[in-house]
Design a protein around this ligand. Structure first.
Ligand SMILES: C[S@@+](CC[C@H](N)C(=O)[O-])C[C@H]1O[C@@H](n2cnc3c(N)ncnc32)[C@H](O)[C@@H]1O
Length: 226
């Protein structure tokens, strides 16, 4: 499963940013910015796990939520697709898996994951890894599409997600199956309430959430228990 996901992101990497802008009508940019505003203070060293093409990393630098970003993703073509964007910026890139992070314990002041958690295969284990590499009291920010439970997100994913995602993905990226996977993975993932419980069980406190577009996407922040 992980290999299939890695190959899928490898296929769509060159078109990934453009598809994000089109499918979200550019709202993804504002969602990243608002989510970053939920992090308290000004952490210095921040892990951007599943960093993809570095959109969240660059936004975090722009809004003063990090001095240095350490990007990590298991799909090298995504890192390559974003390489020119991070050039000259304090953003490093490493190939690594969310379930076996290539960092020592307590390496980061904060960590963040945008639209990656759903793909990791084991939500609890990836949180345990994030907690391991965070300094005690560090915050984790997760921006994600959770399994819809309320009427509007359910209608959105049953219609727009089911029909428009694959059609537009086929047209603009030549890969309708990747965008069918997007919708299927959302509908098979944790609900926002389950995600909060998973975070609490993994050792995070002070859990806060913000919803976007009527609950179509959410940001969650939690603080690693000391
Ligand atoms: C939807 S993209 C999000 C990229 C970026 N964070 C953003 O906001 O645009 C999901 C990313 O998660 C990465 N990913 C999926 N599973 C992973 C894993 N087990 N370990 C590391 N990265 C993973 C993919 O390679 C992909 O770049």
């Amino acid at each position: 499963m992980a290999e299939a996901v890695k190959h899928m992101f490898g296929r769509i990497a060159p078109k990934y940013d453009m598809l994000n802008r089109v499918l979200s009508a550019r709202r993804d940019v504002a969602w990243r910015r608002t989510a970053l505003g939920m992090l308290t203070g000004s952490p210095s060293d921040v892990l951007d796990l599943a960093c993809g093409t570095f959109d969240l990393a660059l936004e975090a630098l722009a809004c003063g939520k990090a001095r240095r970003i350490h990007g990590c993703d298991f799909c090298q073509p995504m890192l390559i697709a974003g390489a020119s964007k991070r050039s000259g910026r304090p953003v490093t890139a490493a190939v690594g898996d969310a379930l076996r992070l290539p960092y020592a314990d307590a390496s980061f002041d904060a960590a963040m994951v945008a639209y990656g958690w759903r793909n990791f295969g084991d939500p609890a284990r990836s949180l345990a890894e994030l907690r391991r590499v965070l300094r005690p009291g560090g915050e984790v920010l997760i921006l994600e599409f959770f399994r819809p439970e309320r009427w509007w997100p359910r209608v959105f994913y049953a219609t727009f997600g089911r029909f428009v995602f694959p059609a537009v993905g086929g047209l603009l990226a030549g890969d309708s199956s990747a965008y069918r996977y997007l919708n299927d993975s959302i509908r098979g993932f944790l609900s926002i309430a389950e995600a909060e419980r998973t975070m609490a069980a993994a050792g995070f406190d002070d859990i806060r959430r913000t919803g976007f577009f009527g609950g179509v996407s959410h940001a969650l922040v939690g603080r690693s228990r000391r």
